[in-house]
Design a protein around this ligand. Structure first.
Ligand code: ATP
Length: 383
């Protein structure tokens, strides 16, 4: 069987054990909770195989938070669903490794995964109705989830459900337990989903665009609620968002995805302060609320995202990158790591002079090696 991906070097997100996180908390001092190594996911489609995720690697210690960002279609959901083993169906192939608390999940039996789901790893999806059953009362759904994993009597489960609703700030919890999902607002439903997700005190919570479907006024409340429970319970969390502003203040580490790959990773503050990948820098310039003075112009990233199934010989971002030189078109950038444990896939990282020289040469020619127009105005504006 043909391999889906090339073997990669160190997993993105890795920090040596003796290092501390930017906030001073010790990190990586015990065995990491989650280690993803060279993970690839391929879908069989009528149009041929779609390699939606390639060379993905990450390390997540207990109690830490990882943000996963990238444009639509970059593979964020495929990454978290592959980690959670939710894409197990005919026509889906994985390669690589997902080790959770030392246990390989890619080869675990379905029975074993059912024990792990909910109990040790829980997930909050974009649409609460993916989790909630429309025809069952909220109380039944929470107590079912509790009793599946914990030895509780019906009364104990009911009491625990009530306290869970209180903990996610649902008013009149006793009344709400008797209601059906359609009797609640979207924000309230997502709080219920969070209550179900944390019911069994999982070690890892995967939140995939948990607020994208919600009214803008309740988005921050729901995100704050997630962060509160994450830190209070010491859970590790992976927070997926297309919006850098959402993850910037809520995560310790960041993984930036483009066209099915993690292209940059590292401590969130370091990545946002000084991105190494031109793609990360472009994402930042197109994000409304990260480090922007009022009135600052936002910029779109030129061109279209590269579909993950498209084969290219060089860097997958080269066609949209104003720094691109010939090498970016001919040679795939290997995964590189900085001494501080940051990872990136770029021939011309932005902390070096080579990137500035390449940009100056492209400016002089008026276009990149990939044919993207570059003008003085674009560069001054930061486009
Ligand atoms: N079931 C599937 N069959 C075939 N291809 C798929 C399937 N699911 C995902 N893909 C491919 O994987 C790509 C990445 O999808 P994914 O949902 O992970 O993107 P995303 O980054 O989460 O986007 P969004 O922010 O819009 O949710 C898709 O563009 C598509 O090409």
């Amino acid at each position: 069987m043909k391999r889906l991906s090339r073997r990669s070097t160190p997993a993105l997100g890795h920090r040596p054990p003796e290092q501390t996180a930017p906030d001073g908390r010790p990190s990586g001092t015990s065995a990491p909770l989650l280690v993803v190594d060279d993970l690839a996911t391929e879908f069989a489609t009528p149009g041929g195989p779609v390699l939606a995720l390639r060379n993905a690697g990450l390390v997540l210690p207990q109690g830490r938070t990882l943000g996963v960002v990238g444009e639509s279609g970059s593979g964020k959901s495929v990454l978290v669903r592959s980690i959670m083993r939710l894409l197990r169906s005919r026509g889906v192939r994985h390669e690589g490794s997902v080790r959770f608390d030392g246990e390989e999940l890619l080869t675990a039996s379905n029975a074993r995964m059912r024990k792990i789901w909910g109990d040790r790893i829980a997930m909050v999806f974009q649409d609460p109705m993916t989790t909630l059953h429309p025809n069952h009362r909220i109380g039944f759904q929470i107590t079912e989830a509790l009793r599946e994993h914990l030895p509780l009597s019906p009364d104990e489960a009911q009491d625990r459900a009530l306290r869970l609703l209180e903990s996610v700030a649902i008013p009149e919890p006793a009344r709400r337990l008797r209601q059906y999902p359609h009797e609640m607002s979207g924000g309230m439903r997502q709080r219920i989903v969070i209550a179900i997700a944390i019911a069994c005190a999982p070690d890892l919570l995967l939140a995939d665009e948990p607020t994208t479907a919600l009214d803008v006024t309740v988005q921050a409340q729901v995100l704050d609620l997630l962060s509160l429970h994450q830190s209070r319970r010491g859970m590790a969390m992976i927070l997926v968002s297309h919006d850098l502003a959402v993850v910037s203040s809520r995560t310790d580490e960041l993984a930036v995805m483009y066209s099915g790959q993690i292209v940059e990773s590292g401590p969130t503050a370091a990545v946002l302060d000084a991105p190494l990948m031109p793609y990360t820098a472009a994402l930042l310039r197109s994000t409304p609320t990260v480090d922007k003075a009022p009135g600052t112009r936002l910029h779109t990233i030129p061109g279209e995202p590269l579909p993950p199934e498209r084969r290219v010989t060089g860097c997958r971002f080269a066609s949209r990158c104003r720094y691109a030189v010939e090498r970016c078109l001919t040679t795939e950038p290997p995964l590189a790591a900085t001494p501080g444990g940051r990872g990136y896939r770029c021939h011309l990282p932005l902390d070096g002079t080579a990137a500035q020289e390449a940009l100056a040469a492209n400016l002089a020619r008026g276009r990149t090696a990939a044919g993207l127009a570059v003008t003085e105005t674009d560069v001054v504006r930061g486009a």
